[in-house]
Design a protein around this ligand. Sequence first.
Ligand SMILES: NC(=O)c1ccc[n+]([C@@H]2O[C@H](COP(=O)([O-])OP(=O)(O)OC[C@H]3O[C@@H](n4cnc5c(N)ncnc54)[C@H](O)[C@@H]3O)[C@@H](O)[C@H]2O)c1
Length: 361
Amino acid sequence: MTQHRTVDVGGSHLYRITIGPGLLDDGALLAATLRGDAFVVSDDAVAPLYLQRVLDALSAARPGLRIGHWTMPAGEGSKTLATFGQAIDAIASAGMRRDATVYALGGGVVGDLAGFAAAAWMRGVDCVQLPTTLLAMVDSSVGGKTAVDLPQGKNLVGAFHPPRAVLADTAALRTLPARELRAGLAEVVKYGAIVDAPFLDWLEANADALLAGDDAALAEAIARSCAHKAAIVERDPYEHGDRALLNFGHTFGHAIETSQGYGGLIHGEAVAVGMVQAALLSERLGLSSAADTARLRGLLRRFGLPVEPPPGLDPDTLLAHMRLDKKAQSGGLRFIVWDGAGRARVLAGVPESEVRAVLAG
Ligand SMILES: NC(=O)c1ccc[n+]([C@@H]2O[C@H](COP(=O)([O-])OP(=O)(O)OC[C@H]3O[C@@H](n4cnc5c(N)ncnc54)[C@H](O)[C@@H]3O)[C@@H](O)[C@H]2O)c1
């Protein structure tokens, strides 16, 4: 029998992350926290691959269960208030009641949107995250942040709504496009950069295995990333302090994504560029060294990730997006700065001139 790995998230909302192959067919595990009806949200790339399997497994575990499902177009462009409204319509039309569970089957886009729908429907029903991208397994499915984007910026409307459970079926990664796998590795590198220097060594040593989709290497990277995310979220569920460290590279990254109208770099790629920009900013501020930046850049490059902003982006537009980023507060720009491998912190009041210098290359 396959051994699953588990990571427990503590604090005021307890839940378990289970990691291993075959979980999407495991009816008992899928239904373990189910109290009433079930509603599965997915996207049109993931649903043809996995939706029926999840529906079958749930029905087998709970004969007579009322299950609804709804599928949205794949991609960041779907993370809108309009699509959120459609999800709520579908949940309402299926007659989901107060004790229903919403299952989010897909990547971070499905997870964020379905999680937000679960947070809002009847002021909050249970949500079980079934992440199918590496990025969703190591980051977005854990911690309870849910949101949709606005034209003005990423994730501007949403809610904190921790899941009841997270089931990461590592076998689903076999159908994930290579570009998406690499994008997920950016968030994995982030944990090494901000809190776990030895993890950076491990990633350098295991880069080839990870890129080749080696099951054991991926499971180790996912479990270690989830353990870091769980520990941070447990300490600071609502991002009043430490949790902001998870946004390393994201202020630059979100500004790039927004400037490109969510149609250029995908999220993990934008975060890869953003982490290098944050490292360059930290270097300018005298906090980290050029060697630190070079090491980070080298590892991201090895994972096939972009490390420079796409050409043609206007620094003024990027800065305008940064001012609206949730990490910006009334006192000026706030960044997650880097003190070198395994150490990061929040720095408020960063002069715009320094940021502009980084953006200008
Ligand atoms: N809530 C959080 O804490 C948090 C953290 C990080 C990122 N995010 C959000 O996550 C989103 C990015 O998530 P993502 O990178 O997973 O993107 P995504 O959800 O768009 O998925 C990427 C693509 O892969 C496809 N796909 C997913 N699983 C597949 C599989 N197993 N086989 C084949 N195709 C598959 C999807 O249909 C999609 O086309 C962004 O919106 C970002 O803001 C949220």
